[in-house]
Design a protein around this ligand. Structure first.
Ligand SMILES: Nc1ncnc2c1ncn2[C@@H]1O[C@H](COP(=O)(O)OP(=O)(O)OP(=O)(O)O)[C@@H](O)[C@H]1O
Length: 260
């Protein structure tokens, strides 16, 4: 039997913070999870349960109190250029153009290679024609696209995304979700994606990891075995969405009515 090595492995992870008054706050409790190469995994859970903390540990920004995260079987002890973190509040540089933002930090490429990267990713994120625009000339959604292009241009093998669409309006979010799926299909990166939005997680992920309230443990891992692109009114999609709402103890009745 061939055993597939996980791309990312969370092994028995605990995290405790020491509060200002010296008391201890346990945020993560015994988190175990394997993520496959090229998999799109979403993490959902109640606000403040520890979703961002989990991502911060996986990216090497934080050390766990116990356990470890391995990527390609190597323990994560510090940030690494091959793993890029994308936040909700985009951090494009306002003084650089779109193409300068995309190539920022690339040191090993020739100017011609950088041009090629700009062309490839500007097209992929749908910003052709805006290469020389400054962020002040772009909408929030467009800036977040630049952020994603910059991340991809650096050639990562893992993308950590913490509520990357959280600051966008509903319509822009919907469009960005569809585009993200397409980008993921083309780029074949492993993606760990934190979201508050259960619907978003079911639309995007191969698997949805549901965390319980702090200290967070994994309550369930839900397979989303549906073809993409996914329709928001497909009964199977709705069934998985409602299963996750139930796992989170949320009342989902009335969602459809509120969206009309
Ligand atoms: N540096 C820190 N020191 C002490 N406590 C912290 C620190 N960082 C986070 N916490 C606490 O850890 C808990 C988990 O925070 P985290 O940001 O991971 O939750 P989250 O699930 O991502 O929240 P949200 O969904 O609201 O963004 C929170 O209670 C938070 O107050």
């Amino acid at each position: 039997m061939i055993v597939e090595t996980p791309k990312i492995e969370f092994r028995d992870l605990d995290l405790r913070f020491t509060a200002e008054d010296g008391s201890e706050v346990q945020v993560l409790n015994s988190v175990n999870l394997n993520v496959k190469e090229g998999e799109f995994v979403c993490i959902v859970g109640p606000s403040g349960c520890g979703k961002s903390t989990l991502l911060n540990i996986a990216c090497g920004f934080l050390n766990p109190t116990r356990g470890q995260v391995l990527i390609d079987e190597v323990p994560v002890t510090a940030p690494n250029r091959k793993r890029v973190f994308i936040f909700q509040d985009n951090s494009v540089f306002p003084w650089l153009t779109v193409s300068e933002n995309i190539t920022f930090g690339l040191v090993d490429q020739t100017p011609a290679e950088k041009d090629e990267l700009v062309n490839r990713y500007v097209e992929m994120i749908g910003l052709t024609g805006f290469e020389h625009a400054y962020p002040r000339e772009l909408s929030g959604g467009m800036k977040q696209r630049v952020e994603i292009a910059r991340a991809l241009a650096s050639g990562p093998d893992v993308l950590f995304m913490d509520e990357p669409l959280g600051a966008l309006d509903w319509l822009t979010r919907l469009k960005m979700r569809a585009d993200l799926v397409e980008i993921w299909r083309q780029e074949k990166k492993t993606i760990l994606f934190v979201t508050h939005d259960v619907e978003e997680s079911v639309q995007l992920a191969d698997r949805v990891v549901v965390l319980c309230d702090r200290p967070a443990e994994i309550r369930a891992v839900v397979d989303v075995d549906l073809p993409r692109p996914r329709s928001l009114d497909d009964p199977e999609y709705l069934q998985i969405r409602d299963e996750i709402f139930d796992l989170m103890g949320l009342d989902h009745h009335g969602i459809e009515a509120s969206q009309r």
